[in-house]
Design a protein around this ligand. Sequence first.
Ligand code: ATP
Ligand code: MG
Length: 800
Amino acid sequence: GPRPDEDLLQGLNPQQREAVTYRGQALLIVAGAGSGKTSVLTRRIASLLRGREAWPSQILAITFTNKAAGEMRERVEQLVGDTARGMWISTFHSACVRILRREAEQFGFTKSFTIYDSGDSRALIKRLVKEHEADAFGLTPAATQSKISKLKNELADAESYARSANLNDPAERVFVEVFGAYQRELQRANAFDFDDLIAQTVYLFRAFPQVADVYRRRFRHILVDEYQDTNHAQYALIHELTRPPGSDAAPLASSGGMMIFEPEPAAEEGASLTVVGDSDQSIYAFRGADIRNISEFEKDFPGAKVVLLEQNYRSTQNILSAANAVIGHNFDRKDKKLWTDVGDGEKIIGFTGYSQHDEAQFVADEIEALRRGGVDYSQMAVFYRTNSQSRALEEIFIRAALPYKIMGGTKFYERAEIKDALAYLVAVANPADEMAMRRIINRPRRGIGDVTIETISRYAADQQITFRDALANSSALGVGPKIQAAIAHLDAVLAEASELMLPSSGELAPPTAVAEGLTLLLNKSGYYDALRASKDAQDEARIENLDEMVAVAREFARNNPEGTILDFLTEVALVSDADDLEDASGSVSLMTLHTAKGLEYDAVFLTGVEEDLIPHRISAGEPGGPQEERRLFYVGITRARKRLYLSLAMTRAQFGEVTVAMPSRFLQEIPVELLHWRQSPGDVNSRGGTQSRALNARRGSGSGGSGFGGSGKRYGDDLVPLARREPSGNLERFANKIPAKVRDNGDLVLAPGDRIRHDDFGEGQVDAVTGEGAKRVAHVRFDSAGPKKLLIKIAPIEKL
Ligand code: ATP
Ligand code: MG
């Protein structure tokens, strides 16, 4: 009869089929962008399940982002139905958290450990650097953090590093001290940083083979997407998991001559391993990713099958030819050529703006034109090299009322008020976490300063209790009555929240407990009150953000009826760069090139294609830096299905300075016949014009750098230095083209019923005004353009 997975193979080319159906211990699928690597991985999982070759629980699939994991799970479920539940499809980090939550007790942690994100670990390192006076040896917190992270990715700990370091060098000595102290502090706080999640899991498996065996028996099929971006620790983890169970089991200890652990005969096979990757898309060397993991796969897994995919199903030939040409400039790579049978398609469009605003305007206009041509906003994306480039784009998009979504740059969880709220939750969930306690002890202000904090800390150390437990003994601390009352109050609030969120009798907390507990904490701690009492417009935005956080907790409860506060904190901690809280449907996606990995869009705008941006100037001095930048550019190009735009600006304001930008060298690597310039760097250079209207207008905009929005973003300030400069030569000519759009209507008062005129939408009537300060929004019904929401501060409107 037909294979149970016959329909899964439909439409696949012979190489793809082979990749889905091959059965053996190790399979490497190497292929260029858009050749179906991720699709093949998904079908392979479906095929294993369909043929009853594996239970869902025996499959572990690793993706690079939580978003990618969600998509893969969805696709597998479409193919095989509900049976897919129980499969582990996750990032390296989430898989390790799951393992550690189960096993942490084996090595001195509890399952309620906290996950420190990079901000948390930076704060801790900062304190330790200060305590060890390490800055005297040139160790900044940032440098220390990145060095520790690098070592952990190589599975080096403080002791092993000390053995190889030159300890005669005082800077090395103090680094080793700080590294060691940092690790001890993490342990004391019952916390892991991001790098630890992986490294400690590897240590756990190596130290406790019988624990490792549990997972080796469980996972019979391990599949890894984007394998080119795995670092050494992740590689080691895969290695540990694919070893045959029982292979390294040895008597652990013997007591009284009696073996307490009986090794099993090593008859079972290790899990089968499938990895897919593209060494041309390796863009995380700066985080320790090691391209050799791919090139040496065959050596590491003898007998491995290798499948090459060369047909691209994503992009037009013009786009592919550009991608091939660019990546061909990297040396030290295996040449592979992508091809497609969908035809040449449109030419790539180039555009040079006078400024980044001009460039952004072009992008916005083009997006609208595509939209009118039937392309959905959600099928368009704008990429840039660095986060700060989004600002100019956003400014223009808001003005044009163009719906957009910043992917990965949300930074929602990096806001102070959100970190405070999370610290309150952590203080409840993991009382050993002193950093969380220190964070909230005086937020809102309770009159508790550093001196009191040190008093509490010392008392805790003397009594050998935690900082949290010390609060319960406020009367023994020897502090003044007011402070004592404040401490006692905080203690009571935390206790009440614990009771709600962590019922002691072993019963499950109700799913809404996290949302309710968070609301309780924010109310009773006085946090909400302090914000409400403030006159600062930003504080209103903070309340909104906290409400959003409570909504996130509610949403979590709906999706995870049995989820605990720990599950919630895990999920929040692992929201990675590329993940987004909100649904992006119906809006244009903006993101960095790094975030774009693995995604695809009908139309892609690659902006800021300039020297110093891409290749980025920090890469210039790094060995292999420019090559990695070229791969990043290649990743960007190959996201496009039908249309690709490459744009740049002649002047760019960055770090408060306006610089004259040069076209990126990568542009010259694209064959001229593939590119159609709407406005080329040459046009811009030769264009004359001496009117100084725009320049004067710029000067007139005065302060320019007014605060905007709750995120502390600043709009419109970046051109001010240009205006202040001596207008000379080219710069003046560029300035003439700067759209006179940087308005400040900050004082404009609008009331419902008022008539206004908008530069683009014409006349309309104000229905309502919401928000405060810089975030005031007018809800306007335009006579012909329909209803729109406009940010009053910067919208090009006037009152009639
Ligand atoms: P990247 O390197 O960017 O991660 P990839 O190799 O993982 O790309 P996929 O994302 O799996 O590629 O596939 C690219 C596109 O091609 C997807 O839209 C996918 O549905 C489509 N595709 C893959 N294989 C086929 C096929 N045999 N027939 C038709 N479309 C296909
Ligand atoms: Mg992919």
